[in-house]
Design a protein around this ligand. Sequence first.
Ligand SMILES: Nc1nc2c(ncn2[C@@H]2O[C@H](COP(=O)(O)OP(=O)(O)OP(=O)(O)O)[C@@H](O)[C@H]2O)c(=O)[nH]1
Length: 339
Amino acid sequence: MSTPDATGPLPVTVIGGFLGAGKTTLVNRLLARGGRRYAVLVNDFGAINVDAKLVQSRDGSKIQLENGCICCSMADGLSLALADVLDASRRPEAILIEASGVADPWKIAEVALVERSLRLELVVALVDAANFARQVEDPLLGDTLVRQLSRADLILLNKMDQAGRSSADRARALILAEAPDARIAETVAAELPADVLFGPTPSPERREYGVTASPRPGEHLPQHDHAENTSQGPAGHDHRHEDAFRRWTFVSPTAFSRAGFEAALGGLPSSLLRLKGWCRFEGDEAGWLLQWVAGRWTLDRDDSGPVGTALVGVGTAALPASGELDALLAAAAPRTPGP
Ligand SMILES: Nc1nc2c(ncn2[C@@H]2O[C@H](COP(=O)(O)OP(=O)(O)OP(=O)(O)O)[C@@H](O)[C@H]2O)c(=O)[nH]1
């Protein structure tokens, strides 16, 4: 990690990757590590910005970008947020941008490239090792996944605890087919030494974490010639993610039966890719955080959300209408008056 310079351009790291791959997990790891005062910009695609609440910013600032996709329809919002960071009376030492799970991280990185007060340091893409191979071959999703990887400096093959060796190897082969020069590190909960992300390479840690496509001696990850990539890569995309993906928001003041709720989660359609947010259960004062990714979910106590249930989902264009999904949850989870 380079030494902070109070006057030079602010280093910017863009963290991208598909829905639920582990971006917020990586952001929180970087923040917990300390050492740098980061301004964190968070973009969520769903109508409620769950990630802005889950990012654990310490002494730096946290900026919630408008919901939607900052790589296409919300690009102006990103530029304005970056201008605010640059104008802040207490300048951060670096900027972290967590892209939404459908964004093209490179479109975000380009904003940093053209602004002289910013220096693009790193573009990281996270991949869900357990689901990538299936998702990249889906005609509705493949284009988005490939774009997220194509110009990343480092790709984290995350969730290795959920992926069998064969799906991880398949994912790795597919990634290398799309991004032959990619450096790939296998991770669980996006855990890897700072050296692997920001440090000079090669290092013992990089080898230990299985980073492939070893760079030449003396080459540093952050110093890729991104400007050159700009002219070489795929043409900028002209579609809006609002058209390619569907959002679903479920808000209810009532507490659910836990068993019914979990049964409903098990019956959600495969066109739903991600569901997250808070819910309440009858007879329980605590709030619960739901993290649902491609059919697997966790529920953890968490009181940072609203009182009641507030869930945001993202699915493919084949996602059923919101009313149908609402009915699935509501019918399978008998409601009683909330606390
Ligand atoms: N089992 C397992 N779970 C993980 C791992 N990494 C992250 N998770 C969990 O996966 C869920 C989604 O992780 P996030 O970090 O929120 O993913 P994200 O990419 O920020 O999600 P979106 O912003 O919605 O696209 C959370 O419950 C994480 O705790 C991992 O390596 N293994």
